[in-house]
Design a protein around this ligand. Structure first.
Ligand code: AVI
Length: 320
């Protein structure tokens, strides 16, 4: 297994985190990058979100995979190498790997070597002949992709489920798709999940769940900053707010300051007005044609998609 330096949990990881937090809190609209929502506690809370009745995203995508996995494997064809950026515990890819005709291998990428190692053990026990080559690192950085040319395959397919692309702004999503295309060759492909635009009531319920798990997920970011960056956020003086922005077709997640207050982060003071927010996440919702346009712009030809009966979610298959 190839090991590359992880991009968080190290001295440089903490320095980058501090720089991003100071930079984000210094802007007129205070903001924090959503990738920092996922420390150990945040990842655990996100898993709880995925099980919630109000959060339809994970359940709907799983239903589409369960229904159409054979068709997806057929569309991919024999001898494919599956590459999964941000693979985490690699659970979503397993049914696909078991359906594929003689896969050339699987390359999961993640910043956590521990999660990848245990996922690798699990998958290898189920599919002993499968070649697994883990890339440890941040898939939004170039480095982790550098080993790809050495991996032989009839076809390479980037598997990017979970509507992760929705957490990138359209411009960043376009850059990421371009990067995917530039790392692939003619005939290679992506299989990518997107949450579709829908009734704002359904969307707002999903991101303001009745059990308040999303609120805890959002506020955990402040706890993380307190612990890792020597800050003094008082969590009782911030509340969670998520709302759908129809023009931008996205759900925005914010933390609202409940009073005028000053917060200290690593010796630096940040002032908040009552009602001022920290913008912590965007979750973009696409139309089918809107996402296909984005794919085309990045150099892919959309070949087909699979969706659920309510058209809540789509999994797109597109070729370079
Ligand atoms: C990971 N990502 C696709 C989730 C989403 O729906 O945007 C993150 C999330 N944020 C709040 N709830 C779920």
């Amino acid at each position: 297994m190839a090991v590359q330096p992880p991009s968080s949990g190290t001295k440089t990881g903490t320095e980058t985190f501090l720089r991003d937090v100071i930079d984000g809190l210094s802007r007129p609209q205070k903001t924090l990058p959503c990738k920092y929502l996922y420390d150990e506690a945040g990842s655990q809370l996100f898993e709880e979100i995925c099980e919630l009745k109000d959060y339809y995203v994970t359940r709907t995508e799983a239903g589409i995979f369960a229904h159409s996995i054979k068709e997806m494997a057929e569309a991919i064809g024999p001898g494919a190498l599956i590459i999964e950026p941000g693979a985490g515990n690699c659970e979503k890819v397993e049914p696909l790997l078991t359906q594929l005709d003689s896969p050339a291998g699987y390359m999961p990428m993640d910043i956590s070597p521990e999660i990848l190692l245990s996922a690798r053990r699990r998958i290898q026990a189920r599919l002993p002949g499968l070649k697994i080559h883990a890339g440890i690192g941040d898939f939004t950085k170039e480095m982790v992709w550098d080993e790809l040319p050495a991996l032989e395959a009839h076809r390479r397919v980037i598997f990017f489920p979970g509507s992760t692309i929705g957490n990138f702004d359209p411009e960043q999503a376009s850059t990421l798709l371009h990067r995917f295309a530039s790392r692939l060759g003619q005939g290679d492909a992506v299989l990518i999940g997107t949450d579709l635009d829908k009734d704002p009531i359904v969307l707002e319920r999903a991101y303001n769940d009745s059990e308040q798990v999303t609120a805890r997920f959002n506020k955990n970011l402040l706890s993380r900053i307190n612990v890792e960056l020597d800050a003094d956020f008082d969590l009782s003086r911030f509340s969670h707010r998520s709302f759908y922005h129809p023009l931008r077709r996205r759900v925005e997640m914010h933390l609202v300051s409940l009073a005028a207050q000053t917060v200290r982060v690593s010796g630096e003071d940040f002032h908040f007005r009552e009602g001022e927010t920290i913008h912590t996440e965007n979750s973009h919702k696409y139309t089918l044609s809107g996402f296909e346009k984005l794919l085309r712009k990045a150099g892919f030809s959309p070949l087909r998609h699979w969706s659920d009966s309510s058209d809540y979610y789509a999994i797109h298959f597109a070729e370079v």
